[in-house]
Every structure is written in C-alpha cells, then in structure tokens.
Design a protein around this ligand. Structure first.
Ligand code: ADP
Ligand code: MG
Length: 285
C-alpha cells in the first residue's frame, strides 16, 4: 500500500474545505495585576472556518472567556497573532478594533444584558446607531432581526415582560442586527432551563445552516456542545483537544422529545397533587 506524503495528510478537522475566518497563532494572554501575573492563555493556535459552528469547552478558569474576548476584538493578545478574515488584527488600535467589531461580529452573553426600560425593538435597534445605519432603516432592520428569532410579536415588550429564553432571543436579535458574519456566544444557555436551552440551540443551528453564520460558542455543558460541529477543549490556558462532534444533536429533533412548558407545568401539578394525597393518607393513618 502506498503511503501519502506527509504534506498531503489531513492534519485535523480544520485541514480541508473553506478558508479560515479566524486564525490564532501561538496566542498568549497575561493579565498583569501588579504583584502577580495571570497567564490566562498559553500558546493557543487554532482555526475556525467559514460557516463552521464550534463549541469552546473547558473548566472554569481555563481561558474560554479570555479567548472569546480576543476573538471578539474586545481585547488584544499579549503575544501571538490573530487573523480575522485573513487580516492581522492583533496590533490594531482600539478604534480600529471597534469598527471591525461593529461590521463583522455579533455577541451573545450568559446575562442577556438588555436595557430594562427599553422595549425589545429598541434594544435590538441600539447597535445600528453605532454602526451609522440611517435612522429610517433602523427599526426595519431591528424588526427583521426579531423575526429571525421568532419574536416579532413581542417587539413592544420590556425585558421584564419576557421569559429568560425570550430575553436571550432578543439578545441574539440584537447581535444580528448589523448583519455580522461571525456570532460569538459566551455561555448563552448558562441561565436557561434545558428545553429553553435547546430552543436557543435551534436558533443558532438555523443561523449557521440557513444563513451561513460562523458561530463560536462557549459552554461547559457537554450536552450543549453536541449541537456544534466541533469542540475545542481548553485547560489551563491551552487547547487540549480539537475534535469533530460525532452524532451531532439536531435541536429540531431533540425538541420533539422534550415536554413543552405547558406539559411540564401539568406534570408538576399532577405530581404535587399525588404528594398531597399521600401526605393526607399518612396523616389519617
Ligand atoms: P473561563 O471563561 O474559562 O472561566 P477566563 O478566561 O475568564 O476563564 O479566565 C482565565 C484566567 O484568567 C482565570 O485564572 C481568571 O481568573 C483570569 N482572568 C480573567 N479575566 C481577568 C482579568 N480581567 N484580570 C485578571 N485576571 C483575569
Ligand atoms: Mg468564562
């Protein structure tokens, strides 16, 4: 049997196919706290390709948020290089980074970070102001974004009038409003129950597959990571494992197996009634 020359061999999940939109080369990040220095990232090299959906995993303190902040141009590496769409952004000024962020990137966080006394529509509209979208187009764009996450009918609601899952959908709509090509999500389901988490995964999978968004999502839950195509596992500021997801979960299918909120409430009420009946029987005995 003929052996393949080393240069032509597959070097991992990132080896073939579309070009990388994200490339980190030997990235270090050190937080200087005066007395001590925290080495949050210690030589990270990785690529994320166009229209990929990758999950960043790892224990608390392993460097997940630090790497996301660098990918999101919110922070710069101490050492090493970051190529975004082929352009080295690791040495850019804060203003240049802000411009790139506005154009190319959308963010979703664990805390939804919505303004409380502001309607869903206005929350979603906010980034269009900074991006210089003409005023007459802002509301239309915001409405389109809300439609994408299935919340057009809640446009006038305030965050306090929405469930956690709905608030996170508003936050996703806000992340999409400037039409980014990359979505970065740091523990987007960290504050949500399991069904709602899968509903959020359904939105991310649809954005990835039907709208071609490249997605990088942090999660420490293995079940949630399985909705991505690929997992990047961090430990102690290093990338320990980079693997394709086998038997990827499809949110649309998983949702069919989970009870709806109404069914869950009915089940709980039934359980409660059963417990009360037992307690009464005990008391009478
Ligand atoms: P993760 O998101 O995986 O929990 P982080 O990237 O937030 O991890 O943190 C990695 C390491 O860097 C931790 O030791 C954390 O305490 C430290 N760290 C994170 N942000 C800062 C900061 N702004 N200043 C100092 N240390 C920080
Ligand atoms: Mg974190």
């Amino acid at each position: 049997m003929e052996e393949k020359p080393a240069a032509a061999m597959d070097t991992g999940p990132a080896a073939a196919g579309p070009p990388p939109v994200i490339r980190l080369e030997n990235v270090y990040k050190t937080y200087d706290l005066g007395e001590i220095q925290v080495q949050a990232l210690r030589g990270i090299s990785l690529e994320v390709k166009l229209q990929e959906f990758a999950a960043v995993m790892g224990p608390s303190g392993s460097g997940k948020s630090t790497v996301m902040n660098i990918l999101g141009c919110l922070d710069r590496p101490t050492r090493g290089r970051y190529f975004l769409d082929g352009v080295d952004v690791s040495q850019m000024s804060k203003n240049e980074l802000a411009r790139i962020r506005n154009r190319k990137l959308g963010f979703v966080f664990q805390q939804f970070n919505l303004l409380a006394r502001t309607s869903a529509l206005e929350n979603v509209e906010l980034p269009t102001i900074y991006a210089g979208i003409p005023p007459e187009e802002r509301a239309k764009r915001a409405m389109e974004s809300l439609e994408r996450v299935g919340l057009a009918d809640r446009a006038g609601h305030y965050p306090s009038q929405l469930s956690g899952g709905q608030q996170q959908r508003v936050a996703i709509a806000r992340a999409l409003v400037n039409r980014p090509s990359i979505l970065l999500a740091d523990e987007p389901t960290g504050n949500l129950d399991s069904r709602t988490s899968v509903e959020i995964m359904e939105i991310l999978q649809t954005l990835n597959e039907e709208h071609g968004l490249t997605i990088v999502m942090v999660t420490h839950e293995a079940d949630i990571a399985r909705f991505a195509q690929r997992t990047l596992e961090f430990r102690d500021g290093k990338l320990r494992r980079d693997a394709l997801v086998r038997d990827r979960s499809l949110a649309r299918e998983v949702l069919l197996t989970l009870p709806t909120a109404d069914e869950q409430a009915a089940e709980e009420a039934e359980e409660q009634a059963r417990r009360e009946k037992l307690a009464r029987a005990d008391a009478e005995a």
